[in-house]
Ligand binder design. Structure first.
Ligand SMILES: Cc1cc2nc3c(=O)[nH]c(=O)nc-3n(C[C@H](O)[C@H](O)[C@H](O)COP(=O)(O)OP(=O)(O)OC[C@H]3O[C@@H](n4cnc5c(N)ncnc54)[C@H](O)[C@@H]3O)c2cc1C
Ligand code: HEM
Length: 410
C-alpha cells in the first residue's frame, strides 16, 4: 500500500505529536479551512457550507488525519475507514490534484496554531506523513473511479440526468425519477448506495453537492431518489439543495449526477435473518434493500421496522406493504411518534411513541441477524444501544449517517 516509506525518526515524531495536534484539533482545523477557502475559493463548489458552519465536517477530516497518523506504520489497519471516506470522495469527484492543496494548508495551519512549538522537524515529519496518507487515499480512490467508469452503464465524474417524474410521497418527502439524458444504459448499484447531485442554482455563487440514497431496487432504467424538504426554523436557514429540488426542479429539468457509491450495502452472506430499522427519510436505503430482498430472497426472514412522526409525514407505506404482502417470512412494523386522530382510526401502526428496547424485544425474535439502521442521529444512537442491550453483536449492526459520519455510541 502506497509507495513512500517513512524512517523511524519520522514515525516517532508523528506518533508523539498526534496528541498535541489532537488537543489543538479545533483551532487547527478552523484555521485550515479559513486559509484553504481564502486561497482556493473554487473548493467552495465542493464542500458543504452547512456542514462547515455546524463544524461537523471539519472535525471529521481532522480527526481522520490524526487517526491515520496514529497508524502511520500500519495503514492497512485503517483501510476499511479509508474506503468509507473514499466512497464519499469519489462521489464528490475529489481528484489527486486536490491532495497537495489540502496538505499544504494543513501544515500552514499547524504552524500557525502551534507557533514556535512547531519545529522544522515536526513540520517536515507531518508533511511526509500526510504524503503517505494521501497516497493511500489517492490509490484507493483511483480504483473506485476506474470501477465506476468501467462498470456496465458506468461513467466518470458527473452525467446529465432528466427528472422524468417527480412524485410526492408525504407532506415532506418527494421522489425524483432520474433517467440519463444520453438515453444509454445506467450502472446498476448495490441496495443501500447513494448518488451525488450537483445543484446549480440561479443566484447562488457556488454549486452545491449532496448525497441521496437510491430508494428503489436496482436494474431499472432510472434511479429514484426521495428527498425530505429541510424547512429550517427561526435559528437555522432552510436546506439549500432539498428546497431547490422541492420548489424549483420540475419534470424535464436536467440534474448532474455521479455514479452510485457507498459501503452501507446489503450483505446477503451469511444466510441470517435481516432486520431493517429506519426513522423518517432514513427509510430510503432500507426500502431499496427490502424491495431487492422481496424479489430475490423470498425465503429469507426479513423484518422491516419504520418510525415516523405521524401518517401524513410517513412515506412509502403502500410500497412497503406491497413488498411484504403474501410472504409470511416478511414482517412490517410501523411506529408513529404522535399519531393523529386519522392515524388512530386507520390503526396501521403497531407502536405509539418511540421505538424502544422493550418494544423491539417483542418484534425481534432472533438476535442472530444482520441489522441495518438509518435515520436521524439520536434515532440511530438509541436503536443501536437498544440492540446492543438486547445482546446483538456490534459487528452485525450496520448504519448510515445522512451527513458526515458521526458517533453511534453515545
Ligand atoms: C450517504 C447519504 C445519503 C443520504 N440520503 C438522503 C436521502 O435519501 N434523502 C434525503 O432527503 N436526504 C439524504 N441525505 C441528506 C442529504 O445529502 C442532504 O444533507 C439534505 O438533503 C440536506 O441538504 P440541504 O442542501 O437541503 O441542506 P443544507 O443546506 O446542507 O443544510 C443542512 C441542514 O443544516 C441546517 N443549517 C444550514 N445552515 C446552518 C447554520 N448556519 N446553522 C445551523 N444549521 C444550519 C439546515 O437548516 C438544514 O437542516 C443523505 C446524506 C448522505 C451523506
Ligand atoms: C488524507 C486526506 C483526507 C482525509 C483524511 C479526508 C477525510 C475526510 C473525512 C473523514 C470526511 C467525512 C466523510 C464522511 O463521513 O462523510 C471527508 C469528507 C470530505 N472530504 Fe475529505 N479527506 C481528505 C482529503 C480531501 C481532499 C484533498 C478534498 C478536496 C479538496 C476533500 C474533500 C472532502 C469533501 C468535500 C468532503 C465532504 C464533506 C462535506 O462537504 O461536508 N478531502 N474527508
Amino acid at each position: 500500500m502506497g509507495t513512500k516509506t517513512l524512517n523511524q525518526d519520522t514515525i516517532e515524531i508523528i506518533k508523539s505529536t498526534v496528541p498535541v495536534l489532537a488537543e489543538h484539533g479545533e483551532a487547527i482545523t478552523t484555521r485550515f479551512y479559513q486559509m484553504l477557502f481564502s486561497n482556493h475559493p473554487e473548493l467552495l463548489h465542493i464542500f458543504n457550507h452547512a456542514n462547515q458552519k455546524k463544524g461537523k465536517q471539519p472535525q471529521a477530516l481532522a480527526n481522520s488525519i490524526y487517526a491515520a497518523a496514529q497508524y502511520i506504520d500500519n495503514l492497512e489497519a485503517i483501510l476499511p475507514v479509508v474506503k468509507q471516506i473514499a466512497h464519499k470522495h469519489r462521489s464528490l469527484n475529489i481528484k489527486p490534484e486536490h491532495y497537495p492543496i489540502v496538505g499544504e494548508h494543513l501544515l500552514l495551519a499547524i504552524k500557525d496554531v502551534l507557533g514556535e512549538a512547531a519545529t522544522d522537524d515536526i513540520i517536515h515529519a507531518w508533511g511526509e506523513a500526510y504524503g503517505v496518507i494521501a497516497d493511500v487515499f489517492i490509490s484507493v480512490e483511483k480504483e473506485m473511479y476506474d470501477e465506476a467508469e468501467q462498470a456496465k452503464g458506468g461513467w466518470k465524474e458527473f452525467r446529465h440526468f432528466i427528472v422524468s417524474k417527480k412524485e410526492k410521497e408525504s407532506e415532506v418527502i418527494t421522489s425524483f425519477y432520474l433517467t440519463p439524458q444520453d438515453g444509454k444504459e445506467i450502472a446498476s448499484f448495490l441496495p443501500g448506495q447513494y448518488i451525488s447531485i450537483k445543484a446549480v442554482i440561479e443566484g447562488e455563487e457556488y454549486t452545491h453537492i449532496r448525497q441521496y440514497s437510491l430508494s428503489d431496487h436496482p436494474n431499472q432504467p432510472y434511479y429514484r431518489i426521495s428527498v425530505k424538504r429541510e424547512d429550517g426554523s427561526q435559528n437555522q436557514p432552510a436546506g439549500i439543495v432539498s428546497q431547490f429540488l422541492h420548489d424549483t426542479v420540475r419534470e424535464g429539468d436536467i440534474l448532474e449526477v455521479t455514479a452510485p457509491a457507498g459501503d452501507f450495502v446489503l450483505q446477503t452472506e451469511p444466510e441470517l435473518p435481516i432486520v431493517l430499522i429506519s426513522g423518517g427519510v432514513g427509510q430510503t436505503p432500507l426500502l431499496s434493500m427490502l424491495k431487492t430482498l422481496a424479489q430475490k430472497e423470498p425465503n429469507r426472514v426479513v423484518t422491516y421496522i419504520h418510525a415516523a412522526i405521524n401518517g401524513s409525514l410517513q412515506a412509502f407505506d403502500q410500497e412497503v406493504r406491497e413488498a411484504v404482502e403474501g410472504n409470511d417470512n416478511y414482517n412490517y412494523y410501523l411506529c408513529l411518534e404522535s399519531p393523529t386522530d386519522e392515524d388512530k382510526q386507520a390503526n396501521k401502526h403497531q407502536q405509539e411513541g418511540y421505538i424502544d428496547q422493550e418494544w423491539l424485544s417483542t418484534v425481534i425474535l432472533d438476535h442472530d441477524a444482520e441489522f441495518y439502521v438509518c435515520g436521524p442521529t439520536p434515532f440511530m444512537q438509541a436503536s443501536y444501544q437498544a440492540l446492543v442491550n438486547l445482546g446483538v453483536a456490534k459487528e452485525q449492526i450496520h448504519y448510515e449517517f445522512f451527513g458526515p459520519k458521526g458517533v453511534i455510541e453515545n
